[in-house]
Design a protein. Structure first.
Ligand SMILES: Cc1cc2nc3c(=O)[nH]c(=O)nc-3n(C[C@H](O)[C@H](O)[C@H](O)COP(=O)(O)OP(=O)(O)OC[C@H]3O[C@@H](n4cnc5c(N)ncnc54)[C@H](O)[C@@H]3O)c2cc1C
Ligand code: FES
Ligand code: FES
Lengths: 780, 280, 155
């Protein structure tokens, strides 16, 4: 269980606070609506060079030669590098879910003997500006002997390298007697289900700007996100520098969604070039590059079997899946496959479970995490199975779920599998209660009546639902330092990062609540390795849980220090004092300011007589540790209408119900749900990275990779429940980043089946119009 | 995604424009109109013209007039200008139905009708409109001006009968008779996307039966075209569901080879049916 | 190289540019107004939307030379005398941004349209706002914000 630091502070009282739990305006917005943000492309340094990557146009081949002479000769070109120039730099390492045997599959920063996907970096050009750099990149001539491509992860594995197959590992998890359960089953349901390749595709492409500051012997990298400290350590290691001589900076981040902020070849290349060429180097990914270079995600095929008793109770699940990893294993190692295997059982009581995840390499862009990784996929698979069971046993799908959902009384529910190296312990929840609330808010019964009437009138309409369990708050640790300056301004330095989700506001709200100051007076510093020694970044919906808890502890610690000093100054007892709006007051007379925090901070300065012999400053750093994840959960309900003739699916109405333990800022949580839904909608109906038979990518512009616009969005209703605060952290929060996305594919598939009146019709995502059309009758 | 280098020309008169184009066309010089297709192609370096002749400041090129029963559209008339108010009667109504399907507002403020014709995308709404209504297209070069019927102008996928040194200086759309009914239907994956399928129809009902039908289909084949069989199937018939159905079937029967024939057939039938119904 | 002059948010600029330089690159890198963003450089995302003589256009699909003599407006020009434009305020109040990358494009699109059509219908507004992509918000709050601002801006 989680343990706090020695002076364990109490849990935050339930319910809304003065600022915590309130939909206050965000601190982030001011500069952003004025166009005064600092996104990667907005960072410029004098004398900077532009970097342009030359990428393979061939999906698989032997790199015979690279002719860079013409590119080098172009005026304005400073250098052109191929693998030979960077042979001293090792491939990009893993940071997560390291599985033995994956090392040969790591990506070199520039391709050596082989190219393995279209878009793989094979050379880099450095030039005076981005236009010239692109001209020069066009002049690099690559001679590549084409080799056969592997595009189907479910096909027989091939050779990756002599002695290494394209299946480096199989993720296996098992508990209970699966075979016996299948033998004893009343019915066995088997499905073959696929999820297409799509990804985060943030509106800001990646970017990296490096400069070497010789005056301080420091290498700086700007435009970073998500995992600054780990990336700093690795960049330092790979370039042979001490970590204290490398600093990463985060400005604004135009969406992360899992894909941005991992360590990519380009990050190392700009750093290396800044050192070697002794000029700042700027690289801004263009959109076409982004669609072939930045992590893809999601593509899996599952052959799932479920065993049930006569009442529809799950006895066992046996799943074999094929995970399409793409051409290399990147920083995430086998994480997505591991998450898929660990999270597939979801919210249901499952006596026996066996999974074999075939982790396979193909000649496509490498894949890794994207919002709700492994869960968007497996929720689709599991909920399709539940719907199929309901059909087989002629049970209402809601009743079937009711029978199988883990009940409140069974919490915490230990599932004898692990994921991300920690045991799955569903920490808290009232699953059935939330399902009932959601059905009521959606008006499920009325919707059913309405559907009947509309069908009678000829409409092709249907409704469906899907339940999900998320995971969030991955540990192991995060720290926050809070300091109050002599004007009463508060600075909160966090080891976490922002990816545009509003974390500054969330942390400020928590700090303000605990400390007794106006949240707008809090300046949140994040994503900077020069301001805090350690950090674990922003991913896996961990910031509010981990950094939020650390913030709470640190704020209480600062508050305690302030009250101690104030008590000394006021000749009072600290326990009789409180802080209100930045003023120390008597708890019994909160309206009467006695001394300002600013004054207390001044009195705690290094030259203050009060501090003699002590460490000065009204400042405290606290760390929060957690060994377990917390599991938010929810249910999605969808109402769809199908155009029988074109096969177009339109979502008319949607509800996301999600228990987040505690909503620090309900407005932002709701924003996460709706935005997350939009991404799920993309994966369910529109977005797909397609390839031709030679491995040429077909989705390389925004005209081919279809991100939903406003016109495709239904009205989305959100039910934020706070019924099951997490016992694992002092705030009770669970993280809210991924629940909006998780079950969209599953819920829409169920609704489409229902509209078509063909149970089990939908077996793959995205659901394409021409597929749907095959299941409808002739137009009338 | 930065365009390759080119030389830029900004003629002020049509004569100047034609003269420059004559000089640079053999060097892969191109006309720049709204730029809403050409500039993306250049950003992707799919197009690398050595010269651009920017016609946006040529005097009179933004003229939009009705003359001699024709709507005359200059080469710098933007999509946005071609709304309901652009022409009297049914033609105006038709333009008002079609135009909102072209891309999005900030693209419609730049992209041009004539540029769409010159570009000849298989799913271009204006190309469909031009063939459906038998537009005349005027091309000017050092050799003089010729007028080309839309059907002879649009040769195939992104191919026209325009010579490299010819400037499209005007398109003329005939006004529709007052009793013309107009209908348009389009299915696209997302709002503003190029059409998967689209159909444009106009006909009159005279003496209770369909007269002068025009039925054009686009998005499925390499270029939009009028569907003679469909028109024949409906002319002289009472405009009812049965007649519409036979027109739709005839249109689908006439489809050339496509990637997914079953689906194409459905889309064709649907589009024609829905456009006819919209016009009724 | 071409010598051009335009106004950006009312301020005159004279630049010497290569013909191929896109307008958005000139605005961002030559004028230093980095509020206008680049999301795709091929006309689909709308992050680069600015007003050209009052009309919303994609600044990635114009060359800087074409802006000679024109009046450009970008997000930096919305705030007047320290007071946010009603749309900027509405975006904050309605949580119409998360990462904020798409925000300047949406603001300029909406400003351009609302200045001409303050009483725009819901349907027309949906059509207009479908021109730009946002990956974070799911658009719902953007529509709410624009609606609220439209009411405030209506004469
Ligand atoms: C996101 C997006 C979505 C779009 N969606 C649609 C859509 O749904 N439907 C649709 O029809 N279009 C769509 N378009 C394209 C848009 O309508 C273009 O404006 C149009 O296709 C071309 O017109 P233009 O004036 O921009 O031409 P340009 O881009 O300037 O030119 C296109 C081509 O035509 C040539 N050309 C242009 N004018 C002349 C002339 N007068 N004489 C000789 N040659 C000439 C050019 O040399 C070039 O080869 C879309 C564009 C974008 C960016
Ligand atoms: S950057 Fe101009 S539309 Fe995307
Ligand atoms: S707020 Fe992030 S893209 Fe719109």
């Amino acid at each position: 269980m989680s343990k706090a630091v020695a002076d364990a502070p109490p849990r935050l009282a339930p319910g809304k606070g003065r600022v915590l739990g309130q939909p206050v305006a965000r601190l982030e917005d001011g500069p952003l609506v004025r166009g005064r943000g600092l996104f990667a492309a907005d960072v410029n340094f004098p004398r900077q060079l532009a970097m342009r990557v030359v990428r393979s146009q061939i999906a698989h081949g032997r790199l015979v030669s690279l002719d860079t002479a013409e590119a080098r000769a172009l005026p304005g070109v400073v250098a052109v590098w191929t693998a030979a120039e960077v042979s001293d730099i090792p491939p990009i390492p893993f940071r997560a879910t390291k599985v033995r045997g994956l090392e040969p599959y790591c990506q070199p920063i520039l391709a050596r003997e082989r190219v393995r996907y279209v878009g793989e970096p094979i050379a880099v050009v450095f030039a005076e500006d981005a236009y010239i750099a692109e001209d020069a990149a066009d002049l690099v001539v690559a001679e590549i002997d084409e080799l056969p491509v592997v595009l189907d992860a479910a096909a027989e594995p091939a050779e990756f390298l002599p002695g290494n197959s394209t299946e480096p590992t199989i993720v296996r998890k098992e508990y209970g007697d699966v075979d016996a359960a299948f033998r004893a089953a009343h019915a066995v349901i088997e499905l073959d289900l696929s999820v297409g390749r799509h990804s985060g595709v943030p509106m800001e492409t990646r970017g990296a700007i490096a400069r070497y500051v010789a005056a301080h012997d420091v290498l700086e990298l700007h435009g970073t996100a998500k995992k600054q400290h780990w990336n700093r350590d690795e960049i330092a290691r790979l370039l042979g520098r001490p970590p204290t001589g490398v600093h990463l900076f985060e400005g604004h981040v135009g969406g992360g969604f899992g894909v941005r902020g991992e360590l990519y070849p380009e990050d190392l290349l700009v750093c290396l070039a800044a050192m070697r060429l002794d000029r700042p180097v700027k690289w801004i990914e263009d959109r076409r590059e982004h669609l072939v270079a930045t992590n893809h995600s999601r593509q899996q095929r599952h052959l799932i079997r479920g065993a049930v008793d006569a009442d529809g109770r799950l006895l066992a699940i046996d799943d074999v899946f094929f995970h399409d990893q793409g051409a290399y294993v990147r920083t995430h190692g086998a994480r997505v496959a591991d998450l898929a295997a660990g999270m597939l059982p979801g919210p249901y009581r499952l006596p026996a479970y066996r999974v074999a995840g075939h982790f396979r390499l193909t000649n496509k862009t490498p894949a890794a995490t994207y919002r709700a990784p492994g869960r968007f996929e497996t929720t689709f698979v599991r909920e399709r199975l539940m719907d199929a069971i309901a059909v087989r046993l002629d049970l209402d799908p809601i009743e079937l779920r009711r029978r199988n959902l883990v009940t409140e009384a069974e919490m915490p529910h230990v599932r004898p599998v692990d994921t991300l190296g920690v045991d799955v312990v569903l920490d808290s929840g009232d699953y059935i209660g939330l399902m009932d609330q959601a059905l009521a808010q959606f008006g499920w019964d009325a919707v059913q009546r309405d559907l009947t009437a509309r069908r009678a009138a000829g409409d092709c309409v249907g409704a469906g639902l899907a339940f999900f369990v998320e995971k969030s708050g991955l540990g192991p640790s995060d720290g926050v330092r809070i300091s109050i300056d002599a004007t009463g301004g508060v600075e909160l330095v966090s080891g976490a990062a922002s990816v545009g989700q509003g974390m500054e506001t969330a942390l400020a709200q928590i700090c303000a609540e605990a400390l007794g100051v106006d949240y707008r007076r809090i300046r949140v510093v994040r994503g900077r390795t020069d301001r805090i020694e350690f950090g674990n970044g922003a991913h896996a919906s961990r910031v509010t849980v981990m950094s939020g808890s650390a913030t709470y502890h640190a704020a209480l610690a600062v508050r305690g220090m302030a009250l101690d000093t104030a008590a000394q100054l006021l000749q009072a007892r600290p326990e009789d004092l409180a802080i209100e709006d930045g003023q120390v007051v008597r708890a019994a007379a909160p309206g009467v300011p006695l001394i300002a925090l600013a004054e207390v901070a001044r009195q705690m300065g290094p030259n203050s007589p009060l501090m003699r012999g002590r460490t000065p400053g009204l400042t405290a750093e606290r760390w929060f540790y957690s060994e377990h994840m917390t599991y938010p959960y929810g249910v999605h309900l969808a109402l769809v209408r199908i155009d029988r003739a074109t096969g177009e699916v339109r979502v008319e109405k949607y509800l996301v119900a999600n228990d987040v333990g505690r909503a620090v800022n309900p407005m932002m949580v709701e924003g996460q749900m709706v935005g997350g839904f939009a991404q799920g909608l993309g994966g369910a109906l529109f977005e797909e990275f397609r390839y031709d038979e030679r491995g040429q990518p077909l989705s390389t512009t925004f005209a081919d990779y279809l991100i939903p616009t406003l016109s495709e969005m239904p009205a989305v209703d959100v039910l934020i429940a706070e019924d099951a605060p997490s016992p694992l952290n002092p705030l009770g929060v669970k993280g809210a980043g991924e629940g909006g996305t998780n079950a969209v594919g599953a819920a829409i598939a169920a609704a489409v089946d229902d509209a078509l009146r063909r149970p089990g019709a939908i077996v793959s995502l995205p659901i394409l119009p021409r597929t749907v059309r095959r299941h409808t009758e002739e137009p009338t | 995604m930065k365009p390759a280098a080119f030389e830029y020309h900004m003629p002020r008169t049509v004569e100047e424009a034609v003269a420059i184009l004559a000089r640079v066309a053999p060097l892969d010089g191109r006309v720049l109109a709204g730029g809403q297709t050409l500039v993306p192609a250049m950003a992707l370096r799919l197009a690398r013209p050595s010269h651009l002749v920017d016609i946006n400041r040529v005097a009179g090129f933004d003229r939009l007039d009705v003359r001699d029963g024709m709507l005359e559209i200059g080469p710098c008339v933007r999509h946005a200008a071609l709304d309901r108010s652009a022409a009297p009667g049914p033609l105006g109504r038709l333009l008002g139905l079609v135009q909102p399907h072209i891309a999005h507002h900030p693209i419609r403020t730049r992209g041009t009708f004539c540029g769409s014709l010159a570009n000849a995308d298989a799913a271009s709404e204006w190309c469909l409109t031009a063939v459906a209504l038998d537009a005349r297209i005027e091309a000017r070069s050092g050799r003089g001006t010729r007028s080309i019927p839309a059907d002879a102008f649009l040769l195939g996928y992104m191919t026209t009968s325009l010579e490299p040194d010819e400037l499209l200086v005007r398109a003329r759309l005939p006004l529709l008779p007052d009793d013309a009914r107009v209908g348009f239907y389009e299915y696209a994956r997302r709002a503003g996307d190029f059409a998967q399928v689209m159909a444009l129809v106009t006909y009159a009902v005279r003496g209770g039966v369909v007269a002068a039908p025009r039925i054009a289909l686009g998005g499925l084949e390499s270029r939009p075209r009028r569907m003679a069989g469909a028109e024949a199937a409906i002319v002289g018939r009472v405009p009812d569901a049965l007649a519409f159905r036979s027109a739709a079937d005839a249109a689908a029967d006439a489809l050339g080879p496509t990637e997914d024939p079953d689906y194409a057939r459905t889309l064709a039938t649907t589009a024609v049916l829905r456009a006819l119904a919209a016009a009724a | 190289m071409h010598d051009i002059a335009f106004t950006l948010n009312g301020r005159p600029w004279s630049l010497r540019v290569e013909p191929r330089r896109t307008l958005v690159d000139a605005i961002r890198d030559d004028c230093g107004a980095t509020g206008t963003h680049i999301g795709c450089e091929h006309g689909v995302c709308g992050a680069c939307t600015i007003l050209l003589d009052g009309e919303p256009v994609r600044s990635c699909l114009m060359f800087a030379v074409q802006a000679d003599g024109r009046a450009l407006r970008t997000v930096e020009g919305l705030e007047k005398d320290g007071a946010l434009h009603p749309l900027q305020r509405a975006f904050i109040d309605h949580h119409a941004l998360q990462c904020g990358f798409c925000t300047p494009g949406f603001l300029m699109l909406a400003v351009g349209v609302l200045e001409r059509t303050p009483n725009i219908s819901d349907e027309a507004l949906t059509d207009v706002l479908s021109s730009n992509l946002c990956r974070c918000t799911g658009y719902q709050n953007i529509v709410r914000a624009v609606r609220a601002a439209a009411e405030e801006m209506a004469p």
